[in-house]
Ligand binder design. Structure first.
Ligand SMILES: [Zn+2]
Ligand SMILES: [Zn+2]
Ligand SMILES: [Zn+2]
Length: 169
């Protein structure tokens, strides 16, 4: 008995549109949407001078934060070490006295355990990853930046853009 070859039926894939009409210049399919993801940020605030040191949060690697303020007693010193502990917890350590703290993510403006003599403590903040969408028209000067949700497709961004363009957003 010969094997009967089954006919492969290809369902046409529903394609989400990638280019859109421009309300500014009236041309069709000239607007493109580009969505980029930005990594979450860790912001450390120096205990002495209050200056913030902002770094992109890199997974599974220790990060160190040095105060960059030349007139600060902490200048060029590691004031903080941070590494991921588990998916939603980071491990923070005072760069000077090695006081250790576990912090739950996302966190907003939390102090770290520190037994340094200073009354003030290094503080930590995280800012979650964001998706930034850029709309540009290939035919006119139109450019628009919008924050995208984790599930937004270009067509959703275009909808938000139109809402804003016509004053509904
Ligand atoms: Zn400082
Ligand atoms: Zn300390
Ligand atoms: Zn245009």
């Amino acid at each position: 008995m010969g094997r009967r070859r089954r006919k492969v039926v290809r369902m046409p894939k529903k394609r989400l549109p990638k280019s859109f009409d421009c309300p500014e210049c009236g041309k069709t399919s000239t607007i493109g949407v580009n969505i980029t993801s930005q990594k979450p940020l860790i912001i450390a605030r120096c205990s002495e001078c209050g200056k913030e040191i902002v770094k992109e949060f890199v997974g599974n690697k220790e990060m160190t934060f040095e105060c960059q303020n030349e007139s600060c007693p902490n200048y060029n010193q590691t004031i903080l070490r941070v590494r991921p502990f588990s998916e939603h917890v980071i491990f923070a350590e005072c760069g000077k006295c090695h006081g250790k703290t576990l912090l739950q993510l996302p966190l907003e403006d939390a102090p770290i355990n520190c037994s340094c003599e200073t009354q003030k403590q290094v503080r930590l903040t995280t800012r979650p990853a964001e998706r930034l969408a850029t709309l540009t028209c290939g035919s006119c000067e139109l450019i628009c930046y919008l924050l995208a949700s984790p599930v937004d497709e270009p067509v959703d961004i275009y909808g938000k853009f139109l809402d804003r363009y016509y004053g509904k957003g």
